[in-house]
Every structure is written in C-alpha cells, then in structure tokens.
Write a protein that binds this ligand. Structure first.
Ligand SMILES: [Zn+2]
Length: 363
C-alpha cells in the first residue's frame, strides 16, 4: 500500500497511545478518523477481529522514523515495554501539557509513579473524575510529595515503589476512616485539604475519589519511603515490644504525638482479644513487611488498541454519586478511598485481620 505523507504531521506526545495520535492527525487534516485508522493498521496475525498499528505505515504518513515514533508511543516499541510498569488504563493527563499538542484530546498510558504534573501543579491520578484534573496551587505540599515519590523510585525501583505507595495510600484511607481522637495532626491535614479540593458548597459536583487520594498523598509518600526502605522493614519486623524506633518514626511522619501510647494500648488489647485488633500500621509491620511487593493485578493490554475513549463505568459513576451525597471529610471520609479500584492490588492482599471491617470493592 502506497501511503502519502500528511502535510502537517505533528509529533506524538510523550506516552501517548497510538489511537489518540492517529485520531489527532485525522482531525488536523479533516480526514475520517476510522478511515485513517484502517489505513495505518491491519488485522492481528492470529486472525482475530482486532486491528494493530503497523509502525512503518504510521512512519510513512508522518515522515517520522519508526524509532522516533516509538520513543513517544510505548505501544510501538520493540521489544514491548514491561506493561506492568504502566497503569492499565489510558488517561488524559495534564491538560496544560496536552494543550501544546493540536488536534484534540491527548490520551496517554502513564507509568504508575505519575500522580502530579509538577510543572503545572495539577493532580492527574487516579483519573476517575472523567477528564478532571485538579489544581494544586493552594496545596504545594502535594506537588512536593510527587518529587519525594520520584526519589523513592530512583532508590528502590518501580516494583517496590508501586507496592509501597499504594499500601501507604490504603493505610492513610483506613486511618482517615477512624475517629479524630484516634489520629494525629495528619488527620486534620486530610480534612483541611479535602475541604479545599472538594469545597463543602460544591460537594456533589466536586467529589471524586481522586481528590481524596490527593488529600492523603503527602503522608502516604512519607510512609511509603519507610515501607520501601530495607532498614525500616527490618526495624518493623522486630518483636512488637522491641519496635520503639519504628513506631517513633511512624508517629513523626504522621504527626501522631500520642501514637506510642496508643500502640501500647493496641497491643494490650490484642493480647486480650486478637480478633478486634485493627491498627493498620501495626499489621503492616507484623505481617506485610515480611512479604515481597505485589505486582499489579490489572495490566495494560496493548493489543486492545482502539479508538474508543476510556470512560467511567456506570457502576463507578453511581458509586461516586453515592459518596458525593454523603461526603463529610471529618466522618469516615477514607472509606471511599480504600474501596477504590486504584488500590485493588493491595486491597486484595491477605489482610485477614481486617476483612471483617473492609467495605466491598467498588470501581
Ligand atoms: Zn502539565
């Protein structure tokens, strides 16, 4: 097939999915998107109905080399990247970064560690607000936390960082669900940030689990640095009466001045009644810290290349509306967060002491 080069072959955006790039090229040139899609794709070799992009055809219509295209479009790389390092669903990303790419919305497949566009101070993960990105101008500590997140990544690699960050977000959600009296200043910070991200007079329209995730992100990253560290894992694995150093460090990171006293009370409680014992950090220290990091349970299927835009499932929309109506940042606000699909990998870990009080998983 002889393909002519397009007159205005704009470059792809970083981490853009091929379908998004092809749709932008078509819009820019006034072409039918499906026709251009058929032009640069072919039926998969197995004989199925799916179509896969032929890199050489995309190179021919853009005048760009396959190598240059694959640098921006992960789906075109040979060999294929380790898809476990990426989120399983494509998402819009930062709207300001995308604005310099003409031709309509840019959809990207992002690595797990991208929660904030630090350049434009926008929250971009998890992207369950259906295209919303949230300004962090009033919350610089969340932008700063993304930089600390990248330092954990550089030091420990993506697999340990992925598990540590999701585990820490889940634990912060569990702590946020407890009454104020059982938490320290971090709990106050979560409520304060939630009121900025989801103003009380706009709770129904402004509510999203993504914003709850942003509210706990700074403390989650502080805990994740501890969870990822071999030194602190070793300290955590000591017998509970010999774990002073670990407990003190957790208390410092969560600003829980009374944590040591609470830990003592928890342990007394545990010895008397093990079933009701429920401090998530103590559980992490005693059980999870001894386990290897978990791999994502959902992995991007690059063969499912499609022009269809990712949308929120109806069940997810209903779940969000239910939480939005009942939302009160100072009353069990973390429950919507811990039940969210973004945390599914760590949620499903064998938390046997906690199963009794965890709500069912909702997307
Ligand atoms: Zn940006």
């Amino acid at each position: 097939m002889l393909l002519r080069r397009l007159p205005d072959p704009v470059p792809p955006a970083r981490h853009e999915i091929a379908a998004s790039y092809i749709a932008r090229l078509a819009r820019l040139h006034g072409l039918d998107i499906s026709a251009l899609w058929r032009c640069v794709t072919e039926r998969e070799a197995s004989g199925g109905m799916r179509r896969v992009v032929v890199p050489e055809r995309l190179a021919a219509i853009t005048g760009r080399t396959v190598h240059a295209l694959a640098g921006a479009l992960p789906e075109l790389r040979t060999p294929q990247p380790d898809w476990a390092m990426f989120r399983h669903q494509p998402q819009p990303g930062c709207r300001h970064c995308s604005a310099k790419h003409p031709g309509g919305e840019v959809t990207r497949i992002m690595p797990h560690h991208r929660y904030v566009c630090t350049r434009h101070r926008l929250w971009i993960c998890p992207s369950d607000a259906d295209g919303h990105t949230t300004s962090l101008d009033a919350l610089p500590e969340i932008v700063q936390a993304q930089r600390r997140h990248l330092r954990i990544l550089q030091r420990h690699g993506w697999a340990i960082t992925y598990d540590a960050v999701l585990t820490a977000i889940l634990i912060c959600g569990q702590l946020w669900s407890l009454p104020e009296s059982e938490n320290g200043e971090a709990w106050q910070d979560w409520v304060r940030r939630a009121r900025i991200l989801i103003p009380p007079d706009k709770a129904e329209s402004g509510f999203s689990v993504a914003r709850l995730c942003a509210a706990v992100y700074p403390e989650a990253i502080s805990l994740a640095a501890l969870f990822a560290s071999p030194y602190w894992r070793q300290q955590a694995q000591k017998a509970s009466w010999d774990r002073n150093r670990f407990d003190t460090e957790v208390a410092r990171r969560l600003q829980q001045s009374d944590r040591k006293l609470r830990m003592y009370e928890f342990r007394q409680h545990r010895y008397n009644d093990p079933i009701n014992y429920s401090d998530p950090i103590d559980h992490w220290a005693a059980v999870t810290s001894r386990r290897p990091p978990l791999s994502p349970i959902y992995v991007h299927d690059c063969k499912r290349q499609s022009l269809r835009k990712p949308t929120l499932r109806v069940a997810t929309q209903r779940s969000q509306q239910r939480h939005a109506r009942a939302f009160d940042p100072s009353h069990r606000a973390g429950e919507a967060l811990i039940a969210h699909r973004h945390l599914a990998t760590v949620f499903r870990r064998a938390w046997s002491p906690f199963r009794a009080y965890m709500p069912p998983l909702r997307g």
